[in-house]
Ligand binder design. Sequence first.
Ligand code: SF4
Length: 332
Amino acid sequence: MTTAVGPKTRRRIMAGIRASGRLHVGHWLGALQTFVELTRDNDCYYEIADLHALTTNFARSGEIADSVRDIALGFLAAGLDPQRCTIFVQSRVPEISELAVLFSMITPVSWLERVPSYKDQIAALGSEIATHGFLGYPVLQTVDIIAFRGQAVPVGQDQLPHLELCREIVRRFNHLYGDVLTEPEAVLSQAPAVPGTDGRKMSKSYNNSILLSDSAAETTAKVKEMFTDPTKIRKNDPGHPEICPVFFFQEIFNARNAPDIAHRCRTGQLGCVEDKADMAVHLNAGLAALRERRRELESKMDYVDEVLANGTRRARETAAHTLAEVRAAMKL
Ligand code: SF4
């Protein structure tokens, strides 16, 4: 079951970001802006998912702390108000881990093995990531939602199968132990997939990201190297802006001029070097306020730590209630 972003009735929203790298422009456009919007009419819990990061980064666990800090800065710089939502770190809520053990008892291995990303990720990253924890990733995801009584979860189309598995696990729990938990609904994100500098989806694993922590100069250098329409080799060649990642960003950050840019690209009046330089200026302008807030917050890390401590305390209270109900239902 799905609804559009911005539901009328106030609901408990649960969402998180995996602490496996620094936040990039794709996170901002694809998730953080929705997170902020949802806080207007809902009770939102936003998790920095460091346990999830361990599933693939267990051998480099020392890098996770930097990512946790970066995500906390990004959440606040993007406009999340800690008075209007609960921001917390997953591993600092031990109730999540206990619930994950209990839910792992009722989740058939066959359900987990059929998740498409399980085999895809092993093929991409190697068989050494095929740990017990990695297989159980969807159980932990389910617990992330039910621990906080999440009624709705903002997801992209590609994440719908994961949410459906979560709903199946919840149904199984309720079937076994009574009607205790609510099946979460999807709040389907309308945000487009953001391309990275190589034209594929912007992602830490592809090393194609423009980071929120990058300086304007670093951003400009990355844009200079950006993939464009491969058939447009010289300025005079007619281009296809609809397949060009540079144009994707022009449409967002330079919307007023985008039709003219598309026309000049198609008719061979605009070259990629010139267009990239122009796009970098507009992208940097669009990111300037967020980056400025991020810089300010970096000089107030005590405040950021306090936000996480308060959010984690609130999250633990909620998760402890759920854990007590789950234990009671299971007669433990
Ligand atoms: S001119 Fe601009 S929109 Fe056209 S292909 Fe080059 S970078 Fe892309």
